[in-house]
Design a protein around this ligand. Structure first.
Ligand code: UDP
Length: 490
């Protein structure tokens, strides 16, 4: 960058969920490495979740600022300290009402954001999709607003098609397949794969919010996508050329974390020491461990966890399994979600992480040869980047779309067979142990199909790495974006 050009200043404002904060912090870091002055906006209680990453970047010479704005959870009718939405806040005891209150409360950020932008006058605002009003706020200060959804081009396209054509209205049952119109690739879904706020006849607060999200996407300066062109070229083209959106692909964002510590620091404090985890993995052969994790939001019932445990054991595979359960009491093997004596039996063979896992660190290890995922986009892309074939087990959000991309389009995932979208705190279908055993074996044990799957995903992983290197597709698209922002700001 020439010294006569003043430094570009970009503010990043993620939605208060790990699946949004983690990639946006990565993005802020990425922009900072390209000479942009990056600032992340969050609430005071969320600072600890990103501070370590930011301090570490600082030590490496990458400056990122944090600005806090207050979240009036009490005004929103939420319990004290409720400043992030995760498995605990959507958990068994949380009501849909509370989740909805949380989303509605996001509008309370409008005023403090206006004050902040007025004071700091950045050159651009990258704001999460769940802040649709941010486009108008940015316009007030004459600065461009970029939208971050945190999902794939495929899902972005599918959700626009769904809203435009409402194909689910033309079927006679919830399980009848329909074609997603105007979407490349002959993609078929059922009504059950979609939430009621998409397919329902009655408008809800959430369906209204989603409408506003789509409107603000069109009105905004454009969309930044955590993906790379070679992964989903048909959908990247479709989104831009057919659906007419301005978009820049700048991912995989997780790749801006190059070493063990960077990778281990993402999100919450991990429940396992990263070196201990690596030591365990180092003792295993390549591609011999399956990693099971369902992201930061999904909650499974004890009955479902029991089926997973039995299925894993029956598969005979070594595994790392992340569960959101604390250890109860002293007695081993006496938990309602675990078969009796399970942990003793699997000693050395399986590792249960209770809480938060250093996911990217695990996926990047050569011992990991399969990933059972809920198809959250970050996890899906992290699996691809690490070159690990997947078992797809979608739960909520846009995860059923991502499953189609992984299984049908990219052919790097095997479906466990879930058919019903479910609210985060409720279980959808109960997947039986036999199904878990079958798909885990299918992905981990080498027949021709499994080998081909592994080869494809390894190639994609290598392409992902090239995409973010100098001259790569994501590297170049980020350059183009920064150039355009620089141009706007003069
Ligand atoms: N993650 C992690 N450890 C965990 C659970 C999740 O590091 O134990 C990270 C994961 O690497 C990903 C993010 O949290 O970056 C989850 O995002 P995703 O879109 O996959 O799912 P969500 O949590 O939004 O459902």
């Amino acid at each position: 960058m020439g010294s006569d050009i003043p430094q570009l200043r970009v503010f990043f404002f993620p939605f208060l969920a790990y699946g949004h904060m983690i990639p946006i912090v990565d993005m802020a870091k990425l922009f900072a490495t390209r000479g942009v002055k990056s600032t992340v906006i969050t609430t005071p209680a969320n600072v600890p979740h990103i501070l370590k990453t930011i301090e570490r970047s600082k030590n490496l010479g990458i400056e990122i600022d944090i600005k806090t704005i207050k979240f009036s959870y009490l005004e929103a009718g939420l319990p004290e300290g409720c400043e992030i939405i995760d498995a605990a806040s959507t958990g068994e005891n949380a009501s849909l009402e509370k989740t909805m209150k949380f989303f509605k409360a996001m509008t309370l950020f409008r005023e403090p954001l206006e004050v902040l932008l007025g004071e700091c006058k950045p050159d651009c605002l990258v704001a999460d999709m769940f802040f649709p009003w941010a486009t108008d706020v940015a316009a007030k200060f004459g600065i461009p607003r970029l939208v971050f959804h945190g999902t794939s081009f495929f899902s972005l396209c599918a959700s626009v098609c769904m809203m435009q054509y409402e194909p689910y209205k033309k079927v006679s049952s919830d399980s009848e397949k329909f074609l997603v119109p105007n979407l490349p690739g002959d993609i078929k879904l059922t009504k059950q794969h979609l939430p009621a706020f998409v397919t329902g006849d009655v408008e809800t607060d959430f369906s209204r919010l989603l409408k506003r999200v789509k409107e603000s996407e069109v009105k905004s300066f454009g969309v930044v996508v955590n993906s790379f062109y070679e992964l989903e070229p048909d959908y990247a083209d479709h989104y831009r050329q057919v659906l007419g959106r301005r978009a820049w692909h700048i991912g995989p964002l997780s790749l801006c974390n190059r070493n063990v510590e960077d990778k281990a620091l993402r999100g919450k404090q991990a429940s396992i020491d990263e070196h201990e985890c690596l030591k365990w993995l180092n003792s295993k052969k390549p591609n011999s461990v399956v990693y099971i994790c369902f992201g930061s939001m999904a909650n499974f019932t004890s009955a479902q966890l029991m089926e997973i445990a039995m299925g894993l054991e029956a598969s005979g595979q070594q595994f790392i399994w992340v569960v959101r359960k604390e250890k109860k009491g002293e007695e081993e093997g006496k938990e309602e979600w675990l078969p009796e004596g399970f942990e003793k039996r699997i000693e050395g063979k399986g590792l249960i992480i209770r809480g938060w896992a250093p996911q990217v660190l695990i996926l990047d290890h050569e011992a990991v040869g399969g990933f059972v995922t809920h198809c959250g986009w970050n996890s899906s892309l992290e699996g691809i980047t690490s070159g690990v074939p997947m078992v797809t087990w979608p739960v909520a959000a846009e995860q059923f779309y991502n499953e189609k991309l992984l299984s049908q389009v990219l052919k790097i995932g095997v479906c466990v067979g879930v058919q019903k979208w479910s609210r985060l705190e409720a279980a959808g279908d109960l997947v039986k142990r036999e199904a878990v055993e079958k798909v885990v074996k299918e992905v981990m044990m080498g027949n021709d199909k499994a080998e081909a799957r592994r080869r494809r995903v390894k190639e994609l992983g290598e392409t992902a790495r090239r995409a973010v290197e100098e001259g790569g597709s994501s590297f170049s698209d980020l350059n183009a974006l920064i150039k355009e922002l620089n141009w706007c700001h003069h």
